[in-house]
Structures are given as C-alpha cells and as structure tokens.
Write a protein that binds this ligand. Structure first.
Ligand code: RET
Length: 270
C-alpha cells in the first residue's frame, strides 16, 4: 500500500496535490499538441522523436488523470480534514506508465543522437531490458514502502543496479552524439540533455525512498510534487529539447522546412 493512505490532509494539502496532478496532465496535453504541430519541420530521419513524444504525452496524460481521480476518490472531507475512505490511492500506476514511457524516451535519445544499425539495436536492447527490469523490481519493492522491510531495500537495490547500467548506456549515447555534433550549439544542447536526464531521472529513486526519509503528511505532499516536477522535466521538457535538437540537425543537413522554421524563429526573436 502507498504511504499516501496513512494520513489525513488539510484542505490546502489535499488541493495542492490535486491541483499539481491536474496541472501536470494539462502540460502533457499541451506538449502533445506542440510535438505534433512541429513534427513537419523535422527531417524524416529524426521525425519519429516528435511522434514518440506524442506517445509519451498520451500515456502520461491518462496516468496523471487517473491519479487525480484516485486521489479525489480516496479521501473525503469530514468537516475538518480529508480522511481516507473508499478507494486506496496507489503510486503503482506510475510504474505501469513508466513501463511504456521509459523505453520510448530512451528510443528517442537513440534517434536524435543519430545512432544507427547494429549499435542502435544493441543499445536499444540494453535500454529496454535495463529499463523494464529497473521498473518492475522497484514495483515489487514499493509494496513494502510503509514497513520499509527487507523487500523494500533489496528490490530497491536490485533496481538501482539496472538504473546504473541504463545510465551508462545513456552516457555512452550522449557522448557519441556530442562527438558527432555538426555545430557547437548542438554539442551544447546534447550536454543539456545529459544534465536534464540525470537530474530528472534520479528524482524517481528519491521519491521511492520518501516514506523512509519522512513518513509525514509533508512527506506525502512533497513526494507528489517532486514526482510531477520529475515527470514534466523527464517527459515534456526532454521531448521539447530533443525536438529542438532534431530541428537544428535537420537544418544543418539541408532540410528546407527546418531551415525556414529556424529563420522564422531567428527573425521573431531578433
Ligand atoms: C525505482 C525503484 C528504486 C530504485 C530506482 C528506481 C528508478 C526509477 C527511475 C524511473 C524513471 C522514470 C521515468 C519516467 C518517465 O516517464 C524504480 C524508483 C533506481 C529512474 C523517467
């Protein structure tokens, strides 16, 4: 059971969490429109990244919408506090959503980094295996998050081993992308991808630990806010950043719609 169900919330705490869930879902809907609308200015060899952002946005939109409903149905106002009644709130849904989004986000990285052929297949396989193993071992561990017993720590540790493997392959990929970057700006943007990646992804294991760091109402509220921060950074901001890089790469390689889009942007922003 998620530790969210262990507490009663003030009206403010309850609403802040619900509001942030709703905001996060709205951000995903907005970025869905953005990524589909800008796909045409990206050369065909990179364009899949825009559609994959679309996939991530749809799946994450539903997940956050569902979490908002679960949160709303799990607690009821008793005149002074929101207390647990009815459905249990569950963070397990997040893990199901990651099972789709993690492999897709990593595939986008390979596409924009320009990895092809045997190297693509090998890294893709490593990403999918490491990513799913990381998520599903963590999923088992999180059922024990309130007790914080052996299952929580052992599965969490196994999951972390897979995470380190995944990070290593991501680092290799970004290193290659930087080495092959045709302009210094694109090279810098790939460095930004790495920073965004490492910061936003590493928040998730911290959120996993939260019931052990602070088993309080504030801990619950903080955990759900940082989950949303990480979700927006690792899915939406990341998707936009990859689209920007893909458009720049397309322009450098002479793709006319990308060149025109870059020119229009330069004119507008002076
Ligand atoms: C778990 C369990 C504890 C140990 C580790 C974890 C890592 C989770 C990560 C999740 C990333 C999710 C993303 C979702 C985007 O849609 C499973 C919490 C290391 C890194 C990026």
């Amino acid at each position: 059971m998620s530790f969210e169900n262990d507490f009663a919330y003030t009206a403010t705490q309850f609403e802040v969490v619900l509001g942030v869930f709703t905001l996060t879902a709205a951000v995903f809907a907005a970025v869905l429109v953005y990524s589909l609308a800008t796909a045409g200015s990206i050369a065909p060899r990179y364009r899949l990244t825009s559609y994959l952002t679309g996939v991530v946005m749809v799946s994450a939109f539903f997940e956050l919408g569902l979490l908002a409903l679960r949160w709303n149905n799990a607690f009821s106002w008793d005149g002074s506090l929101y207390v647990q009644v009815g459905d249990l709130f569950s963070n397990g849904f997040r893990y199901m959503n990651w099972s789709i989004d993690v492999p897709v986000l990593l595939t986008q990285l390979l596409i924009v980094a320009g990895i092809t052929g045997a190297a693509f297949r090998k890294r893709w396989a490593s990403f999918v295996v490491a990513g799913l193993a990381m998520i599903w071992t963590g999923y088992i561990g999180q059922f024990d998050e309130i007790q914080g017993g052996a299952s929580f720590w052992i599965w969490g540790a196994i999951s972390t081993v897979f995470y380190i493997w995944l990070l290593y392959v991501a680092w290799q990929t970004i290193r290659d992308a930087r080495a092959n970057a045709p302009t210094p700006t694109i090279e810098r943007l790939f460095s930004a991808v790495w920073i965004l990646f490492i910061v936003s992804w590493t928040i998730y294991p911290l959120a996993y630990l939260m019931p052990q760091i602070s088993a309080t109402v504030e801990g619950v509220v903080a955990r759900n806010l940082i989950y949303s921060f990480a979700d927006i950074a690792s899915k939406a901001v990341y998707g936009i950043l990859l689209a920007v890089i893909a458009q720049k790469l397309s322009a450098v390689r002479g793709y006319q719609p990308a060149i025109e889009a870059e020119e229009a942007f330069a004119e507008q922003t002076g």
